[in-house]
Design a protein around this ligand. Structure first.
Ligand code: ZN
Length: 318
């Protein structure tokens, strides 16, 4: 018997390692390495991958050559490939490169939005009207990430109403999905329940709500569980737990995809992911780093699977 047999439905897990994970790495991964990472993830049965970002390579050299990465990866009908954009130029590049989903970022605090997008929130929202129209006309999925949804490294507290206000405006633009991102990893589960609930009530059923958590203060998995139990069915994570945000001070630590999938699986949710294979990908990624990765399940192994396997090996020997 596996823990997944109780069947609580599907949770869409999006691995962001190839974008969020690598964009702040000191060693710049080659196009071939990035392509191999994405292909390995796609082979685990994962439903979504955030593969690239279409930003200025002078600003984020780790994300240069997004078009080359997109051209070389193996495409699978059941794996949605997302690309991040911060302006219309990036959106046009993403669509030309053949992404299935364009992800756009608005930050919930004014100072951080200025630093991240080089524009005020008001300017970003005005630009979004034509961008939303452009993406929707292309027939691709348009999702918006609200950065710093739970706190800002420059302004401190971010209110629920600030997040919900942006969410309502995004919903009115016809955005398909809205992701609340805890960019500096400061949220706790009670806040997740409150903020997700407020946004879901404001949006109704028209726009799906997802979450992107960082484990900076070791609350990431608890927050993911709170989100799922609040009805969220889209969660970001990064294989091995690599990554963070280069423009947010001390904001390291995406939650690790295999740790998230372990929790979801053992709680009875389906993700479509072959977890042992995903752990193999995490181990492969770790080979490119000097230090052990933050992921815990890749170190501890699966339960009960590994225990059962060890018992079987022992009984064969006996
Ligand atoms: Zn992140």
């Amino acid at each position: 018997m596996t823990a997944s047999s109780s069947g609580k439905g599907n949770v869409c897990v999006c691995d962001v390692a190839a974008r969020d994970g690598l964009q702040s790495e000191k060693r710049i991964w080659s196009v071939n390495e990035r392509v191999e990472l994405i292909n390995r993830l796609a082979n685990t049965g994962i439903q979504r991958i955030e593969a690239v970002s279409f930003v200025n390579p002078k600003r984020v050299p780790q994300m240069a050559d997004a078009e080359k990465v997109m051209a070389q990866i193996e495409r699978k009908a059941d794996v949605r490939i997302a690309g991040l954009a911060l302006n219309m130029k990036g959106v046009e590049r993403a669509l030309d490169a053949g992404v299935d989903e364009v992800r756009y970022v608005v930050v919930a605090s004014e100072t951080f939005n200025q630093k991240n997008q080089g524009a005020s929130i008001a300017e970003t929202m005005i630009g979004l009207e034509s961008i939303a129209g452009r993406v929707k006309a292309s027939g691709k999925v348009f999702s918006a990430v609200i950065g710093a949804s739970f706190g800002c490294p420059f302004e401190g507290e971010v209110t629920t109403s600030a997040v919900v206000d942006i969410g309502i405006r995004l919903g009115a633009l016809g955005v398909d999905e809205i992701l609340l991102a805890d960019t500096i990893g400061c949220a706790v589960p009670s806040q997740v329940r409150e903020r997700v609930g407020a946004l879901q009530s404001a949006l109704g059923n028209s726009t799906a709500v997802g979450c992107h958590f960082h484990n900076t203060r070791n609350t990431g998995i608890a927050n993911a569980v709170a989100a799922v139990e609040s009805g969220v069915r889209i969660l970001d994570a990064s294989v091995g737990g690599i990554g963070g945000c280069p423009f947010a001070p001390r904001a390291t630590g995406n939650i690790s995809t295999e740790d998230l999938v372990y929790v979801l699986r053992n709680m009875g949710y389906e993700t479509g992911i072959d977890l042992p294979q995903l752990i193999d990908v995490a181990a492969w990624v770790e080979g490119y780093f000097d230090d052990p990765l933050p992921g815990q399940v890749m170190k501890a192994g699966l339960f009960p699977d590994d225990v059962i396997a060890r018992q079987a090996a022992t009984s064969v020997q006996a």
